[in-house]
Write a protein that binds this ligand. Structure first.
Ligand SMILES: Nc1nc2c(c(=O)[nH]1)N[C@@H](CNc1ccc(C(=O)N[C@@H](CCC(=O)N[C@@H](CCC(=O)N[C@@H](CCC(=O)O)C(=O)O)C(=O)O)C(=O)O)cc1)CN2
Ligand SMILES: [Zn+2]
Length: 772
């Protein structure tokens, strides 16, 4: 076989072959086995033993799968029953006083009470706050530290997982969240700086490292993703102190793992840390290889993240070859850019995807196979070089495919003018027109859109998909659900109703299924939090709207009640953020295409007589770049896209937006500039901390700070919600205040929803009486 031109630059014999590894594997399971096991355990159907058996079997299967796909070294302790940040808090015994007794009496029950709250058997425990893991759609639980927090090592889990892997004959590398990132991702109950607790934490870390070494770990992976953020001098000093202390311990060799971006101005800091290995993300930041090679001492072995751990496209292996060769003998390992947590498990399970598209994609397993091909090719293997050629051709085929481009879409994006993204009149002129049209009381009550997606709803959808019920029967079922939901809302006394979103599998996938330019998968599940997963659609080509998407349901719901029903759409930034997005053009460009498609839908809803249209943008904050220097450009195009979608309507049409799961303090000004008439926003888990920002900025339009945490089965009482509303009234003028939960109710059951909304309406009524 003739050697191909493009790979003639390979060394011919005995070249150094890097080892293949990865930083973490999806834990939910290709068929969401962990989800099923968790939910069965929570509902009391199965025992803790059964849950642990499933967890153990998944760990073992994933190690074997990774080995077979090509990993020479696999991580351990990357598994978790709920969340790896929560695991780290439990590992060091950083448990809030409220949960301590239960955690000691029944560790597993205590663990899930921290994750989900617990209101049973005389307990009334809150869940920890949940927020976004960097710029991903994964949520972690925020550790809560006392001002005088002490840390005690409880090393059972990492030691057991290491022993399990070693018993299987695997070379396993325990993964730990590093001490600085762990503290920085948490918060102190007194509002103080968590990094002040570093000196108290380090002895426990050192002790853990010693135990792992004694248990046979040659390497430990310390994840410090905060090293890609802007750090203060104090934070940089914390890194120096932390790693100096860990270097004193009788520890295994340390692989310091960074990901989600460039080390940038932290490069010199990282280069000065006493570690034996360093992982860098060369997908988000290929340019940093040069600076890292120059700054980091030769004795530090490098792990090069050359395959995208955040997206599902096949890698550009030719580019990867160049990077690895550039690092030469210093490239000890090659790996995905970050943990594979953010991609699905195995493309081989996909049956529905068009073959063409499938040939362009790679899930976790296929990414490890790509890395093996890359390593083998670098090691001089002929067959692997041919595989590289084939991969390269598949990639070029995608980039040149006519499926990616629609000239009409491109023309329309080019033709957008600035006035298309502005409302006709400013808010003070629109507000009275809307008030007159809608006739709402003060402190109007509403919900965020979804009502419980019960087993029956999911079953009907599954039956419809499988052809067991026809279109008519499915529609009749959904109409009945919608009717029932509207009646419930009327009975509860809510002011602005929603149709309940029963027809939607997911707020993004549903739109992906109706827009051109998207494909959807059958097994593309990615963990979002705990047992909850999402199946991000694959945005591969130019986006356009072939037909109305939500108008029929909006019209139907409004025909069934005299109360106003909100039209319900997912915004362009969120659709972008929660899809696997093409990488052959800028995200801004792709987002504008989505925005134009949604604009058509907004105008169609308005034309159908819908007076309130909500455009959810829960992922606006999540998409914010990790470095401040990149914020302005992002906020500029993201804001423009929202306004382009929303602001074509007349003055009397009320635009709502909704945001959740993140800190909005930093971007409050950009949120205000969206100029939505009303924003509902998650605040209850952080007990309204967010409102400081709204107060400082004097948010000008309507605002509904969430008064009830919908992620927990716990039902708060009216008094508790009233207290949050009173707090809100300190900073929000009463004419602007709306009353609503934190987010949609799809994950809850009807009994809790009824109780909670009844209490919410009661809280609003109490407030009306108090200020009347
Ligand atoms: N994309 C996205 N990201 C988001 C959110 C979101 O809503 N969407 N919200 C935040 C996270 N919150 C979330 C809240 C709930 C769920 C959630 O409930 N997910 C469901 C899956 C939703 C779904 O796609 N359901 C489908 C498919 C359901 C399913 O499991 N079907 C079975 C078959 C049906 C059966 O027999 O039960 C199968 O395919 O195996 C449907 O309803 O049609 C789950 O994990 O259970 C996810 C995220 C932030 N990020
Ligand atoms: Zn939400």
């Amino acid at each position: 076989m003739q050697q191909s031109q493009s790979h003639s630059h390979f060394p011919s014999t005995d070249a150094a072959r890097p080892l293949v590894t990865h930083l973490g594997f999806p834990r939910i399971g290709a068929r969401r086995e962990l989800k099923q096991a968790l939910e069965a355990f929570w509902s009391g159907e199965t025992s803790a033993g059964a849950l642990q058996d499933t967890a153990s079997a998944l760990r073992q299967r994933h190690w074997q799968l990774a080995r077979e796909a090509g990993a020479d070294v696999v991580p351990c302790n990357d598994f978790t029953l709920y969340d790896h940040v929560l695991d780290t808090a439990v590992l060091f015994d950083a448990i809030p006083p409220s949960h301590r007794a239960l955690c000691e009496a029944d560790p597993l029950a205590g663990y899930f009470a921290l994750a989900r709250g617990l209101q049973r058997d005389g307990h009334d425990l809150r869940a920890l706050e949940m927020t976004k893991w960097f710029d991903t759609n994964y949520h972690y639980l925020v550790p809560e530290f006392a001002a005088d927090q002490t840390f005690t090592l409880r090393a059972g889990k990492p030691l057991a997982e290491l022993a399990h892997a070693r018993a299987l004959g695997l070379e396993a590398r325990p993964v730990l969240l590093g001490p600085v990132s762990f503290l920085k991702l948490g918060k102190r109950s007194d509002g103080g700086c968590p990094l002040e607790l570093l000196d108290a934490l380090l002895p426990a870390y050192a002790q853990l490292l010693e135990q792992l070494r004694r248990a046979g770990a040659p390497w430990v992976q310390i994840d410090e993703p905060c090293l890609v953020l802007d750090l203060t001098p104090q934070e940089q000093a914390a890194y120096r102190r932390a790693f100096a202390a860990l270097a004193q311990a009788d520890a295994p060799q340390l692989l310091l793992a960074t990901y989600f971006g460039a080390l940038g101005d932290n490069t010199a800091l990282v280069a000065s840390l006493p570690v034996q290995g360093l992982h860098v993300d060369l997908v988000r930041a290929p340019g940093q290889l040069e600076t890292v090679l120059a700054a980091v001492p030769e004795r530090v072995a490098l792990s090069l993240g050359v395959v995208d751990g955040r997206n599902i496209w096949r890698a550009d292996l030719d580019a990867a070859v160049e990077l690895v060769k550039r690092a030469g003998a210093r490239a000890r390992w090659i790996a995905p850019s970050c943990s594979l947590l953010h991609v699905p498990v195995d493309l081989q399970l996909e049956r529905k995807l068009p073959d063409r598209l499938r040939g362009w994609m790679a899930y976790a397993r296929q990414k490890l196979e790509e890395l093996r091909v890359l390593a083998d090719a670098l090691g001089g293997d002929e067959a692997a070089r041919e595989a590289l050629d084939i991969a390269g051709r598949a990639r070029v085929a995608r980039l040149l495919s006519p499926m990616l481009r629609n000239p009409r879409v491109r023309e329309r994006v080019e033709a957008v003018t600035p006035d298309q993204s502005r409302r006709l009149s400013p808010y003070p002129q629109r507000a009275p027109l809307q008030a007159q049209r809608l006739q709402l009381p003060t402190f109007p009550t509403t919900t965020i859109g979804s009502f419980p997606q019960t087993g029956a709803v999911r079953q009907a959808r599954a039956d419809h998909r499988a052809g067991r019920i026809d279109d008519g029967a499915y529609r009749a079922f959904l109409e009945a659900e919608t009717d029932r939901c509207l009646l419930e809302q009327e009975a509860l006394g809510l002011d602005v109703l929603v149709h309940g979103e029963f027809e939607r599998n997911d707020m993004v996938e549903y739109f992906g299924e109706q827009l051109e330019g998207f494909a959807f998968t059958g097994h593309g599940w990615v963990q979002s939090y705990g047992s909850r997963c999402v199946k991000p659609p694959v945005l591969f080509g130019d986006v356009w709207r072939p037909a109305d998407m939500t108008v029929a349901w909006a019209r139907y719901a409004q025909s069934r009640t005299r109360k106003p029903v909100k039209g319900m759409l997912t915004g362009p930034v969120t659709i972008l953020q929660w899809s696997f997005v093409r990488d052959d053009q800028s995200r801004a460009q792709t987002c504008r295409q989505i925005a134009l498609a949604l604009r058509e839908e907004v105008l169609a809803l308005e034309a159908a007589g819908v007076g309130i249209i909500q455009i959810d943008e829960p992922a606006l904050r999540e998409g914010l770049p990790l470095r401040r220097g990149d914020w302005a450009a992002y906020l500029d195009w993201a804001g423009e896209c929202f306004r382009l979608a929303a602001n074509g309507v007349g003055d009397a049409t009320q635009i709502h937006t909704h945001m959740c799961y993140a800190q909005f303090n930093d971007i409050i000004e950009s949120v205000a500039q969206l100029d939505a008439d009303v924003i509902s926003i998650e605040t209850s888990r952080s007990r309204m901390e967010l409102l400081d920002a709204f107060a400082r900025y004097r948010y000008p339009n309507g605002i509904g700070p969430g008064v009830y945490d919908i992620h927990s089965p716990r039902v708060p009482c009216a008094q508790e919600m009233r207290e949050l509303l009173d707090k809100a009234l300190d900073v929000v003028p009463s004419m602007q205040l709306w009353v609503n939960p934190d987010c949609g109710l799809k994950t809850r059951g009807w009994p809790e929803v009824r109780d909670a909304l009844r209490a919410m309406v009661q809280a609003a009524q109490g407030l009306r009486e108090a200020v009347a």
